[in-house]
Ligand binder design. Structure first.
Ligand SMILES: [Fe+2]
Ligand SMILES: [Fe+2]
Length: 504
């Protein structure tokens, strides 16, 4: 679409916030165009097809409420019945009508803090009198200090890349993680790539989000989901600031992200980005909260950097390369003043015994963990150059580079993706944990030469973190396609484990 021709129509089609009203796609037959957009055959195994028809994704879990984002391919009426005992549902939500291809957020309120709930999702088609019940699932409200719980983390899922992502293996990983009954589930980014988009439209930009809905619902019907922004999402300030179709890309992808997945914004539980962007509203891109004895911080590498951070958008009519990595201004790549100062205050003000920080990558680009953490705003050094006064000059008002700030405040683990392998390193007491791919059918350790220390292991699988007052134990849980399992390699095997002690 030409940027100048019909901007308002575009925003309407993207379901954007315009003039305070949320406008959703409208088509002649009332169906969302492109709901079955080409997905390159990346579909759930047939035994899980019901999640294509109807899916539930939790987010924004709190003390007394959780948000369920519901999505149905065809018009349905839905109800959630729930209670604190298995198979006994003492409460139910009012029924909601799901329009064809339109996500809908439903808050489940008046819950008890620190409580496990059991629930069933019921649905019926127009004209049906009886509801159909899904198997029982669970969710948990916010844990109090001193309690034990589990959270899980997946690395880049890259469904657009068949060479490193296989849908049956992805479903297998997600289902295995769901079996751990995590309270929280994190995706490290590069889950909604628009690399394959050639014609920019609301439908083409929303397609990666539609594709992931049934997959991520496998675990997010049990766990509150948190998305970390990756470089391939192209949700960035650099794109937003362009005057060509890259602006529409930034608006369209972030709008789709926040429609299809219930990300947090500042409220009584979460703190985060409070700025609204025209055409999008709240970005919901960085946020923090406590859960049990742990502080969780999700950072965003892309929405606050005027300079391009990693690869540019090369689809649509934008054939010019914008990601000249050799000549880029590395000091221009930034989390931004606002996010940095919020991060500093969040760490300073936290008395949590564990601090877990998530970002797609150190600096949002490059390769490696502790190796990259020395440089620019993350570590204060200009690569290969004398560094006296450089940091103060480039980041006036910043107390410390990001790494030194994390070390000062006792960050337990910094989680990142982007490099596509399992790697665990340590610098100044901060663990740098590269998270493996969930669905790589080649079981490769990509980019392992960028990691010059620590433990490195090949894909695929996810991380399970079991937090208790005494320790937080990290397990790398392997995942294999059935054809690749042997007596010595099975889904669920633990490839590597370590524990971190609480830091007070
Ligand atoms: Fe990636
Ligand atoms: Fe990446």
């Amino acid at each position: 679409m030409n940027h100048r021709t019909d901007r308002r129509a575009f925003l309407r089609a993207a379901g954007a916030v315009v003039g305070g009203l949320t406008l959703f796609p409208e088509t002649a037959d009332g169906r969302q165009k492109g709901k079955n957009a080409a997905n390159g055959g990346y579909v759930l195994p047939s035994n899980l097809a019901m999640y294509n028809a109807l899916s539930l994704v939790f987010g924004r879990a709190g003390d007394r409420a959780i948000t369920a984002n519901l999505f149905a391919q065809d018009k349905l009426e839905a109800v959630v019945e729930y209670g604190t005992q298995p198979n006994k549902y003492s409460s139910r939500t009012p029924p909601v009508t799901l329009a064809t291809g339109q996500p809908l957020e439903m808050a489940i309120n008046d819950l008890r803090p620190g409580t496990r709930y059991y629930y069933r999702l019921l649905s019926r088609k127009p004209g049906e009198s009886a509801f159909h019940a899904r198997p029982e699932c669970q969710f948990h409200t916010r844990r109090p200090v001193g309690s034990s719980f589990t959270f899980c983390v997946q690395g880049d899922s890259h469904p657009e890349r068949p060479q490193m992502s296989e849908p049956n293996l992805y479903a297998r990983t997600l289902q295995h993680a769901a079996g751990c009954r995590p309270d929280l589930y994190f995706c490290m980014g590069d889950d909604f790539s628009v690399d394959k988009v050639r014609t920019v439209s609301a439908d083409s930009l929303a397609a990666p989000y539609l594709l992931q809905r049934p997959f991520l619902s496998l675990v997010a019907q049990f766990a509150s989901l948190y998305l970390v922004n990756g470089n391939h999402e192209q949700a960035s300030l650099f794109n937003y600031n362009q005057t060509d179709e890259r602006h529409e890309v930034a608006v369209g992808v972030q709008t789709a992200r926040n429609r299809f997945f219930p990300m947090p914004a500042t409220d009584g539980i979460y703190t985060g980005d409070t700025k609204e962007l025209k055409g999008i509203g709240l970005l919901r891109d960085y946020f923090a909260w406590t859960w049990g004895d742990a502080l969780f911080v999700v950072l965003d590498n892309y929405w606050h950097s005027q300079a391009i951070v990693d690869s540019g958008f090369k689809g649509g009519g934008n054939k010019k390369a914008t990601d000249d990595k050799k000549n880029r201004d590395w000091w221009g790549i930034t989390l931004g003043d606002e996010q940095y100062h919020w991060f500093r205050k969040t760490l300073e003000g936290s008395r949590a015994r564990y601090k877990f920080v998530f970002a797609h990558h150190v600096m949002g680009t490059g390769r490696g963990g502790v190796e990259a953490s020395e440089n620019y705003e993350w570590g204060g050094k200009s690569k290969g150059k004398s560094t006296a006064g450089e940091f103060k000059k480039h980041r006036p008002g910043w107390e410390l580079p990001v790494h030194q700030l994390m070390a000062k405040h006792g960050v337990s683990i910094f989680f990142q993706g982007h490099d596509h392998l399992y790697a665990r390193q340590i610098r100044d007491g901060v663990i740098y944990q590269e998270v493996p791919l969930p669905a790589d059918p080649t079981y490769t350790a990509f980019n392992d030469d960028a990691y010059t220390s620590g433990t490195k292991l090949a894909n695929s699988g996810y991380l399970r973190v079991s937090v208790s007052p005494e320790e937080a134990k990290v397990d790398y849980v392997r995942s294999w396609l059935p054809k690749d399992e042997t007596s010595s390699q099975k889904t669920g095997d633990i490839a590597h484990s370590y524990s971190v002690k609480p830091r007070t």
